[in-house]
Design a protein around this ligand. Structure first.
Ligand code: KE4
Length: 426
């Protein structure tokens, strides 16, 4: 049988000679699902085509940004139009103001906004700002929460519930980790215990967790974080890099009705180009250079092309029926995947909010990282490989979320479910 990955494999060999692991972001190497990556050649709405011409229905969506699907004509047009005037200036442009105004209109808690070029930059900057505003050193994050790769965030949970972090990566010095307290997600008493220790500048949390697989906030959890942070004068940061404009117009703060002090946001708002942002209470944001004493900067921050793609994306998402459609697709896919696992007698549980979802290969419930880790990752790897053979591109990790886009049709969902029934029967 012809090797369906011949070209991808040849490119991968070249890639490994010049890029560590052959990829520019580790998860893309597919190491946790026991196969090599397919190199993508073309996006096309809900689908992608790899270097060997194999076509897949895409449930990665570039890890969230492509809520409109690939090669959306209005997005490409907006970029082309903007490009005609230039690509970057290193000087302020009006489109950056429109972008900040659009974010503030959609998320009123973002009274002021600073644009950056990645989610990591947004969270790293927001944490420095919270520390500068409060004069405090400690930060609290959830075990299994991912907020990008700034040193103070690459911290593993120490032993016990609310203990000081230990480096979660080589190269992170003890000093960069020791002020980070790691607590279990959905565990409010652990946060209150950590806050009671004093000197906490910020709590940073994914209001819907997407980086341990999808985990939903327990009833009252977000409200509890809000009250506890207010009581201790600690800055509450909602990391909406993944949930912003994904789970609702605006984000999870609108869905759950809880207002953070700062929000970090990215992915969807870049429209497929590198753009992210952080923002929130004006009294905090005004501490930022050039107004205040907290330094933060970026050569391509507010890049006009990314602003154009992001603004057009937000404009399209604001149209009537958008989130109802995403909810419909997410429901169909989630219910169908769970039913397919049940029919195959495979222990599984399905967590979903809107168009982001995860099928965990364990009976569940999955409510935090400890329970997520009980999932059968070997079985997930087999499922991933079987689905790719059947033309469906899943995120290559049990601890990631699938994303459905507005480009997916009901027929696409049925095709995915057909593939899942086959893959699970194997
Ligand atoms: P980036 O620096 O990768 O743009 O954003 C970091 C980040 C921050 N906050 C949240 C909630 C995020 O999900 C992310 C990035 N998410 C991962 C996917 N789980 C990006 C994929 C990758 O690392 O290649």
């Amino acid at each position: 049988m012809a090797n369906r990955y011949e070209r991808s494999q040849a490119i991968f060999e070249r890639a490994k000679a010049v890029i560590p692991g052959g990829v520019n972001s580790p998860v893309r190497a597919c190491r946790s699902v026991g196969t090599d990556p397919a190199f993508v050649a073309q996006g096309d709405g809900a689908a992608i085509v790899d270097a060997d011409g194999n076509r897949y229905l895409d449930l990665i969506g570039s890890w969230g940004p492509l809520i409109l699907g690939h090669t959306h004509p209005e997005i490409l047009e907006a970029i082309k139009e903007t490009m005609a005037s230039g690509t970057t200036f290193g000087a302020p442009t009006e489109i950056e103001v429109r972008f900040a105004e659009a974010l503030r209109d959609a998320l009123p808690s973002m009274e002021m906004v600073r644009a950056v070029s990645s989610g990591t930059e947004s969270t790293m900057s927001a944490l420095r700002l919270a520390r500068g505003f409060t004069g405090r050193a400690k930060i609290i994050k959830a075990d299994g929460g991912y907020h990008g790769h700034a040193d103070c965030l690459l911290v593993a949970a120490g032993s016990g519930a609310a203990t000081l972090g230990i480096p979660g990566s080589a190269g992170v010095p003890e000093g960069a980790a020791r002020d980070t307290i790691v607590v279990p997600y959905n565990d409010l008493p652990a946060v209150e215990q950590a806050l009671a220790g004093g000197d906490v500048a910020a709590v940073i949390v994914e209001p819907v967790a997407g980086n341990m697989g999808l985990v939903v906030p327990a009833p009252g959890y977000l409200e509890g974080l809000r009250a506890a942070c207010t009581k201790h004068g600690t800055v509450l940061i909602f990391d909406e890099v993944m949930t912003g404009f994904r789970v609702a117009w605006g984000g999870a703060q609108r869905l759950y009705g809880v207002t953070p002090d700062l929000t970090t946001i990215g992915k969807v708002i870049g429209g497929g180009l590198p753009a992210a942002a952080f923002g929130g209470r004006a009294d905090i944001m005004q501490k930022l250079a050039p107004l205040g004493s907290v330094y933060q900067a970026g050569t391509l921050s507010g890049n006009p092309l990314a602003m154009a793609a992001g603004l057009k994306t937000m404009e399209i998402l604001a149209r009537p029926g958008t989130y109802e459609r995403l909810e419909h697709l997410g429901t169909k896919l989630g219910e169908g995947l769970f039913a397919a696992a049940q029919a195959a007698g495979v222990p599984a549980c399905l967590n979903r909010v809107g168009s982001m979802l995860t099928l965990f290969f364990c009976a569940g419930p999955v409510t935090d990282y400890a329970t997520a880790k009980t999932a059968d990752t070997a079985r997930f790897g087999t499922f991933y490989r079987r689905m790719r053979e059947r033309g469906v591109f899943l995120p290559p990790s049990q601890f990631e979320a699938m994303f459905v886009s507005l480009a997916h049709t009901d027929e696409d969902v049925q095709q995915i479910l057909e593939a899942a029934r086959g893959a699970l029967a194997d």
